[in-house]
Design a binder for this molecule. Structure first.
Ligand SMILES: NC(=O)c1ccc[n+]([C@@H]2O[C@H](COP(=O)([O-])OP(=O)(O)OC[C@H]3O[C@@H](n4cnc5c(N)ncnc54)[C@H](O)[C@@H]3O)[C@@H](O)[C@H]2O)c1
Length: 253
């Protein structure tokens, strides 16, 4: 899918990997809509770049629908949907404090998995009504999982389950949408230097980075954005989850 002049939406676009993707798509000439639950950061990025911001909690069907409709009204219809909205939670399945409570598990599933499902289904629905381009292509969706989908650590049961669900949706989503020329791929990042990790002391961040085989550092958000843009442009990439992790395989703890 050609990026220049296409309508794109980035959910979770106000910060970190999503913000870098907004910047990359904008630089390449897309008409980008930023959607995020953080209205302050989203609106500030939108005003810096001269873009539109839509407040949106990916758990809320009507808000996702409204954000997608906004993007679909631009440049002949929605072509690119990138979902970076997500969050984490650390708690063991059971232990001295008793069983893992259901509530944070449900919340993480709602944001990371059901949120991604909401974005996929409404984005696909909007893309279906666009005119096909070269190769009959109508659009492309990029999801964000994590290497925790494969190498979940101690305390990552909720997060790993949610991201494993995102990986699991990727192939059936691509198969469901193949007849419309819509592709679906997922990026599974390793450790990236975003506000999510910025809360850690510098020493802890250095240590995390040093555990990556090569390059021995945290990933930079523009490196995620670079892959997201490549996925958008390369039509043979479909139904795949790509690890972006410098060969990191997370140990148990
Ligand atoms: N940073 C990493 O090392 C790393 C590694 C693996 C996976 N990831 C995943 O990448 C994605 C982006 O993470 P990040 O590191 O850029 O974090 P971040 O906190 O910088 O950005 C996440 C964005 O998602 C938004 N968001 C959270 N809940 C939302 C909701 N319910 N509806 C809409 N927006 C919501 C936040 O407001 C924020 O702007 C997440 O899904 C995260 O799980 C990050």
């Amino acid at each position: 899918m050609q990026i220049e002049s296409s309508s794109a939406i980035v959910l979770g676009g106000a910060s970190g990997l999503g913000e870098a993707t907004v910047r990359a798509l904008h630089t390449r000439g897309a008409h980008v809509t930023i959607a995020d639950v953080n209205a302050e950061k989203g609106a500030s990025l939108a005003s810096e770049l001269g873009l539109e911001f839509v407040a949106c909690d990916v758990r809320e069907e009507s808000q996702v629908q409204a954000a997608i409709q906004h993007a679909a009204a631009l440049a002949g219809g929605l072509r690119i949907a990138v979902c970076c909205a997500g969050t984490g939670w650390a708690q063991k399945l059971a232990g001295s404090k008793g069983p893992h409570p259901l509530m944070p598990f449900e919340t993480i599933i709602q944001i990371n998995l059901i949120g991604t499902f909401n974005v996929l289904r409404y984005a696909a629905d909007a893309m279906i009504s666009t005119e096909p381009r070269e190769d009959g292509e109508r659009g492309v969706c990029v999801n964000t999982a994590s290497i925790a989908a494969f190498d979940g650590q101690v305390g990552q049961i909720a997060y790993s389950a949610s991201k494993g669900g995102v990986v699991g949706m990727t192939l059936p989503a691509a198969r469901d949408l193949a007849q419309y020329g819509i592709r679906v791929n997922t990026i599974a990042p390793g450790l990236f230097d975003t506000p999510l990790l910025a809360a850690l002391p510098e020493e802890a961040r250095q240590k995390l980075g040093a555990g990556v085989p090569y390059p021995q550092r945290l990933g930079q958000p523009p490196e995620y954005a670079q892959l997201a843009c490549h996925i958008v442009e390369n039509r043979m990439l479909n139904g795949e989850t790509i690890r972006l992790d410098g060969a990191l395989r997370m140990p148990p703890r």
